[in-house]
Design a protein around this ligand. Structure first.
Ligand SMILES: *[C@@H]1O[C@H](CO)[C@@H](O)[C@H](O)[C@H]1NC(C)=O
Ligand SMILES: *[C@@H]1O[C@H](CO)[C@@H](O)[C@H](O)[C@H]1NC(C)=O
Ligand SMILES: *[C@@H]1O[C@H](CO)[C@@H](O)[C@H](O)[C@H]1NC(C)=O
Ligand SMILES: *[C@@H]1O[C@H](CO)[C@@H](O)[C@H](O)[C@H]1NC(C)=O
Ligand SMILES: *[C@@H]1O[C@H](CO)[C@@H](O)[C@H](O)[C@H]1NC(C)=O
Ligand SMILES: *[C@@H]1O[C@H](CO)[C@@H](O)[C@H](O)[C@H]1NC(C)=O
Length: 934
């Protein structure tokens, strides 16, 4: 404080001195020293700049005369030249008296600071533009010496530090542009002194703190942009005084609180952007007074309440974005008055009711996003009157009835999303005329029709998702006429029992049949799971070398798997042929450099060895060979695959012991190991388990929750949990399980198993394990299911197991355990069956002397039971699939819901380059569990 006061005094003193100098100069009319001072100051500053290699920087800024003018270089002439020439330097403009009034060095490759710039030397400077350079350092407080400054543009540099409060002394300033730097700190209150300001641009910095209410004093402001900072706090109501504002941008900050109704006073506003903040409360009806508004975006906030009907008065609106809020109620029919609207986005709210017929008046509309709401009724025919529509997104609602037959009247439609509704009936014939289509989402409805007749020839179509409808017929026929089709996703309606369109009449469900179509050359995705495709995979599929995802799971395909599938495409990342009738061997042709991430051959009749060439799949994350007839020993050479996460060999005829690990870090990322139901023998595979880094010490808070999979493919795997076979449709990257059950493993369970602290399921049952139960199992704090039954374990049940707060399944039966059963905590919830067949065990619940009903409830499991699912359908399962940053525990609950509900993958949809984000919260279950964890 003291020093800045001193600086102010100093600056005043120097101002006074300057004024004296200037007036002295004016009276004398020729004061060489003033001008040489300016020139010297400029040269000194130039000398301080860093990038002067080859003298290329500001070459005209020089006192040495240029060669052609060097002819008459008497000393006197030289001085004369110098005195006047700085006014001719690049970017420098002087007044008639020869004093600098304007410096414009925009985009001049300057690198350096302003600290060597002698502001006190420029008494007449009115315009500074050093935008688009590489200037850095703080903005010097001495800038306040420039008392005549009208225009200051330092934008698009790397200035850092705070905006100096001394800037408030520049009271003549009309334009202040500090945007696109790295400024931090808060906006100084002194900015309110800049009463002449008409334009203020502070966007894209790291400015934090709240918007000072003094900004309301800037009554001449026409343009104000504060976007893309870290401003917090609420919007000061004083901003309603900025009655000359034409454009106001406050988007992409962290502003909270309500939208002040006073903004309704800003009747000259044409643009009001407040999106991507955390604004709360309703949209004030006063916004309806902003009759000049052209664009209004409040998207991605926490706004509640209904959409004010008065917005229908904003007749000049071309853009209205309210999406991704918590708006509820019906869409006011008055929105249909906004005849200038081109872009209307209301998706991702909680709007209900039907779409007003008045929408048929919005004849200029090109983008209409109503998706992800609770809208119902039928899709109004009036939508068909919107003949300029390019993007129509009404997916994720509760629309019923037919798709209107005029839905593509305008023929400009490129993106059509009606998925996840309750639409019935056939695809309207008019869709055949919709030749502009590029991307189409129809999945998860109850649409019907013969797939070979329902669609037309779409020259631009790249992507179509037809999954979970009731289409039938042969698909091989007509898709050949869509030359740009890259992704065709089709699946049977019966594959989502809990899904939205769950067809009660599964028997009558018509499935696609016949041989599957060889996709277009250059296709990237072919996904036709859950149908009745028959026959063999023709090896001609190997000509489609662009394929990235090939999913033919759950069909009736047979024959052998073409060998070429191992090496036909360098791009192939998913090969999912599970649940078919393939026999023979696994392709052994995997070559180095391939991209394969998932190889899922579960549930076929494959024999023969695990091909050694799999070691070439350096990106392999998921290998599921379960439920085949494979006779082989443990493929230990897979241990070196760096990304390997899910390894399933269950229910085959693997044999031999699993002894040596050769690598120092074997299976470093493994999180699911299922070797159950084989003939493995020998000692417990301790050497491997001590290397399972991924199962150890995972600090949940630091992990980004993710699922294995790609946007259009989610890995899933059958695992045995709690005695049930469950399909994990989504595999959380933090889910960890080891299942060695039903083999012939011998020896003791090593104590170091307690290091695998992220294990959720541990099943070692039905082996020949001996020795004690390691007390270290008590460290497996995430364990939900522990099955050690049917072994030869001896000794007591370690008391430490009481620490397993999430344990809901415990099976220690059929061993030789003895001693007391630990009491309390979760142990109060287990039944006799957990301990049966151990003659030496005693205590509750085996003896009947158990205390009354003071037993705790088992904690809510991350594995929700089936009956919970209906109630769970109210919240949105897409959240986690988009990787939004919920807390870890919360996300875990969500994740497990998802795979149990078996709702298929959702994907991030890009509509017109914008991600339609929705973020909804579960009712309370997540918090419940989170609470118990703490
Ligand atoms: C600086 O010059 C550029 C063009 O070279 C111009 O666009 C800009 O408006 C000028 N800035 C000022 C403040 O005059
Ligand atoms: C936004 O504000 C909240 C508190 O209001 C704070 O916890 C959070 O870190 C802020 N986010 C950013 C990006 O500044
Ligand atoms: C500004 O808006 C407020 C509330 O909307 C109103 O009470 C006040 O009269 C308005 N002020 C002016 C100058 O229009
Ligand atoms: C806004 O909503 C999000 C998501 O519901 C929540 O995390 C956040 O805390 C809310 N912000 C405020 C300021 O209430
Ligand atoms: C749709 O447009 C036609 C003319 O193109 C018009 O006759 C009809 O009334 C419109 N329907 C509605 C509901 O606006
Ligand atoms: C498709 O377009 C043709 C020619 O423009 C037209 O005759 C036909 O009626 C249209 N079909 C449908 C179903 O709209």
């Amino acid at each position: 404080m003291g020093s800045s006061n001193w600086e102010r005094v100093l600056s005043l003193v120097s101002l006074v001195l300057l004024v004296m100098l200037v007036s002295w100069h004016n009276t004398l009319s020729a004061c060489a020293s003033s001008f040489t001072e300016e020139a010297d100051a400029l040269l000194r500053w130039k000398a301080s700049l860093q990038n002067q290699a080859h003298n290329s920087l500001l070459p005209s800024w020089s006192t040495t005369l240029l060669p052609d003018s060097a002819r008459n270089s008497s000393p006197r002439a030289h001085l004369k030249e110098t005195e006047t020439s700085h006014c001719t330097w690049f970017g420098v403009v002087c007044n008639d008296a020869g004093s600098v009034i304007r410096i414009n060095l925009t985009n001049s490759s300057l690198r350096g600071t302003l600290h060597e710039f002698s502001f006190s030397s420029f008494s007449n400077l009115a315009y500074i533009d050093t935008s688009t350079n590489e200037l850095f350092g703080t903005i010097p407080t001495q800038i306040s010496y420039l008392s005549k400054l009208i225009h200051l543009d330092l934008s698009i540099n790397q200035f850092s530090g705070k905006i100096p409060s001394e800037i408030g002394l520049l009271t003549k300033l009309q334009v202040l542009s500090l945007n696109q730097n790295q400024l931090n700190g808060s906006i100084p209150r002194e900015i309110g002194q800049l009463r002449s300001l008409t334009g203020l641009a502070l966007y894209t910095n790291y400015i934090d703190g709240s918007i000072p209410k003094e900004i309301g004093n800037l009554s001449n402001l026409v343009y104000l942009c504060l976007s893309e900072n870290q401003l917090s706090g609420s919007i000061p109501p004083e901003m309603g005084n900025l009655s000359n504002l034409v454009q106001l941008y406050m988007d992409t900050n962290n502003l909270t609180g309500p939208i002040p109704p006073t903004l309704g006073n800003l009747t000259k506003l044409t643009i009001l952007f407040m999106f991507s903040n955390q604004l709360l409360g309703p949209i004030p009806i006063e916004i309806g007074k902003l009759k000049s508004l052209n664009m209004l975006s409040l998207k991605t906030n926490n706004l509640t309440g209904s959409i004010p009907a008065l917005l229908g008065d904003l007749s000049r609106l071309t853009l209205l974005h309210l999406y991704d809020n918590k708006l509820s109620g019906t869409i006011p029919k008055e929105i249909g008055n906004l005849k200038s609207l081109v872009d209307l986005e209301l998706s991702g709210n909680q709007l209900n009711g039907s779409v007003p017929a008045s929408f048929g008046n919005l004849s200029n509309l090109k983008v209409l996003l109503l998706g992800e709401n609770q809208l119902s009724g039928s899709i109004p025919r009036e939508i068909g009157n919107l003949t300029k529509l390019v993007v129509l997104h009404i997916g994720f609602n509760q629309f019923t009835g037919y798709l209107p037959d005029n839905i593509c009247q305008g023929r400009f439609l490129q993106k059509l999303s009606v998925d996840n509704n309750y639409l019935i009936g056939p695809i309207p014939k008019s869709l055949r005329n919709c030749t502009s289509l590029i991307k189409v989402w129809l999945q998860k409805n109850q649409l019907t029709g013969n797939i070979s007749e329902a669609f037309g020839v779409y020259p631009y179509l790249q992507f179509i998702d037809l999954r979970y409808n009731n289409f039938y017929g042969e698909i091989s026929k007509n898709w050949g006429m869509c030359p740009r089709l890259r992704a065709l996703l089709i699946a049977g309606s019966n594959s989502i029992p809990g899904g939205i369109s769950s067809s009660k009449s599964e028997n009558s469900t018509q499935l696609l049949q016949g041989p599957f179509p060889v996709p277009q050359a250059y296709s990237t995705i072919l996904s036709i799971p859950d149908h009745k495709l028959t026959g063999e995979i023709p090896s001609s599929i190997c000509n489609v070398t662009s394929l990235e995802v090939l999913v033919l799971s759950n069909n009736n395909l047979s024959g052998t798997i073409p060998q070429c599938l191992g090496n036909f495409s360098n791009n192939l990342s998913v090969l999912d042929l599970r649940m078919n009738r393939f026999h023979g061997t696994i392709p052994a042709t995997f070559v180095t450099g391939n991209q394969l991430r998932t190889l899922n051959l579960y549930g076929n009749n494959l024999e023969g060895p695990v091909p050694q060439s799999l070691v070439n799949c350096r990106n392999l994350e998921v290998l599921d060979l379960g439920n085949n007839e494979i006779k082989d020993t443990f493929p230990s050479w897979l241990e070196s695959l760096p990304e390997f996460k899910v390894f399933v060999l269950r229910s085959n005829k693997f044999h031999g012991s699993i002894t040596g690990s050769k690598a120092k870090h074997s299976f470093p990322k493994l999180q699911i190991l299922d070797l159950s139901d084989n003939d493995f023998s020998g000692p417990f595979p301790t050497k491997y388990i001590q290397n399972f880094q991924a199962m150890m010490n995972r600090d949940g808070d630091k992990i980004k929750l993710q699922y294995l999979g790609l946007p259009y493919y989610q890995d899933s795997v059958m695992v045995n949990m709690k005695g049930l076979e469950i399909e994990l449709v989504r595999i959380l990257t933090i889910f960890a399980t080891i299942d060695l059950s039903n083999n012939k493993f011998q020896g003791e369970i090593p104590n170091l198993i307690g290091k695998l602290s992220s294990l959720i399921v541990l099943n070692l049952s039905r082996n020949s394990l001996i020795g004690h139960i390691p007390s270290s199992l008590g460290n497996l704090a995430n364990l939900e299911s522990l099955d050690l039954s049917s072994n030869k374990l001896t000794g007591e049940i370690p008391l430490q197991l009481i620490n397993l707060n999430f344990l809901s399944v415990l099976n220690l039966s059929q061993n030789h355990l003895m001693g007391p059963i630990p009491q309390g905590q979760q142990f109060a919830t287990f039944e006799n069956t957990s301990y049966m067949g151990n003659s030496g065990l005693y205590g509750c619940p085996l003896s009947r002397k158990c205390k009354g009903n003071g037993t705790p409830q088992p904690p809510p499991s991350i594995l929700q039971e089936e009956e919970d699912l209906e109630s769970a359908s109210g919240f949105d399962w897409k959240v986690a699939s988009m990787g939004y940053g919920c807390g870890m525990v919360f996300g875990l609950v969500m994740g497990f819901f998802m795979f149990l509900t078996r709702k298929p993958e959702c994907f991030v949809r890009i509509i017109e380059g914008k991600r339609c984000r929705i973020e909804k919260r579960p009712k309370n279950r997540g918090h419940q569990r989170a609470g118990r964890r703490n």
